[in-house]
Design a protein around this ligand. Structure first.
Ligand SMILES: Cc1ncc(COP(=O)(O)O)c(C=O)c1O
Length: 373
């Protein structure tokens, strides 16, 4: 079993030491990347789809961060599907209108085939969410939302959901466990695309679900086995390695994001900046109350049309024009370039993921691209 560091240590310290082999003479400091699908019979691990020491080392590190038991999956979507697979037939699901596109599409598919009954809500409008909860089985929260950067009142939604017996699922990908701890606010299940900031290097796909309910954790592990959604050995290794530096990367990228957001807010080519660290942002008060900081993600609306926004995305030289987020490199993209994106996302909206480069270099590059519109 992987060794657990003392929980009295700060989270930043735990990140560095969690999920390592026992500190015994001759043991490696890191779990090796184990390339084996099967194991000699009779041991703790029998078959890789049921869980390996590599998976468990990552899970042992992730669980305490969120305050529950972690289960690793092959991707964020594999993790989301495992959660959806646990919903009862015909479940009424109240979901944020703006969730990650893949999650939105999947929920809509399940709704269309009658597996669930979907109620879409403005997740930032707590009263509207509560009003939609009557008879609900589950609430799917994302906060901040991708890509609109809305902030949900997770404690208020959780309390109201539990009053009607609904399970609260919270996609915590944008905030990371260092930015927000939904289980502590009442959520029942936390979802991460660890492909993003937890892995942090844009080099692999992996998903993580955390829950404090041991029966739900067991059920999710069974889903992983039956859906064939186990992560690979290399992916587990890479994500655990990324996790070690999450605190440093997040502190740097969040500080840079604040500076960049303030400058963007004053830029004539930018009509709106969506970043909860800015005065006047609709999510600012809630983020200050529920999060440790506004994070490294933001969205901007270019003062112009889709073509103008596309020009900005294609004119950067240091920022990477690509989808995804949470890597060491800063990323920018116009979300509506994807036909499946929610049509209510503005055409001229660019999603920005701030990385760990020198913020002055990032600004110089972005200002140069903005000067083209
Ligand atoms: C908020 C959010 N949740 C879930 C996912 C899905 O994760 P993955 O790409 O690892 O399957 C993403 C991917 O972009 C995301 O942004």
């Amino acid at each position: 079993m992987p060794e657990q560091p003392e929980t009295a240590w700060s989270i930043d310290t735990q990140l560095v030491h969690a999920g390592r082999p026992p500190a015994e003479p001759g043991n490696p400091v890191n779990y090796p990347i184990e390339l084996s699908s099967t194991y000699h019979a009779g041991g703790e691990v029998e078959y890789a789809r049921d869980g390996t020491l590599g998976m468990r080392s990552l899970e042992e590190a992730m669980g305490p961060l969120e305050g529950g038991e972690a289960i690793a999956f092959a991707s964020g979507m594999a993790a989301a599907n495992a959660i959806m697979d646990l919903l009862p037939q015909g479940a009424i699901v109240v979901a944020a209108e703006f969730t990650y596109t893949g999650v939105a599409l999947r929920l809509r598919e399940l709704d269309e085939r009658g597996a669930i009954s979907l109620r879409r809500v403005d997740i930032a409008d707590t009263e509207a969410v509560i009003a939609a909860l009557q008879g609900a089985d589950a609430v799917w929260v994302e906060s901040p939302t991708n890509p609109m950067m809305e902030i949900a009142d997770i404690p208020a939604i959780s309390e109201a959901a539990h009053a009607v017996g609904a399970v609260v699922v919270c996609d915590n990908t944008f905030a990371t466990p260092l930015g927000q701890r939904p289980l502590q606010m009442g959520a029942d299940v936390v979802l991460h695309s660890a492909t993003k900031a937890i892995g942090g290097h844009s080099d692999c796909l992996l998903g993580i679900v955390v829950t404090a309910d041991p029966d739900r954790a067991d059920a999710l592990r069974v889903r992983r086995t039956l859906l064939g959604a186990a992560p690979g050995a290399l992916e587990c290794y890479l994500v655990l390695r990324g996790l070690r530096t999450l605190a440093l990367r997040r502190a740097r990228s969040q500080a840079s994001a604040q500076v960049i957001a303030e400058r963007l807010a004053a830029h004539p080519a930018v009509a709106r900046v969506r970043y909860p660290g800015l005065p006047g942002d609709p999510g600012r008060e809630r983020a200050a109350r529920l999060m440790t900081g506004p994070g490294f993600m933001m969205a901007i609306e270019i003062a112009g049309d889709a073509a103008a926004a596309q020009t900005v995305a294609e004119s950067v030289r240091l920022w990477v024009h690509a989808t995804s987020l949470g890597g060491v490199e800063s990323l920018i993209e116009r979300r509506r370039r994807w036909p499946a994106e929610n049509p209510r996302v503005p055409e001229a909206l660019l999603r920005l993921s701030v990385g760990i480069e020198d913020p002055e270099d990032l600004w110089t590059d972005l200002a140069g691209a903005l000067a083209r519109v």
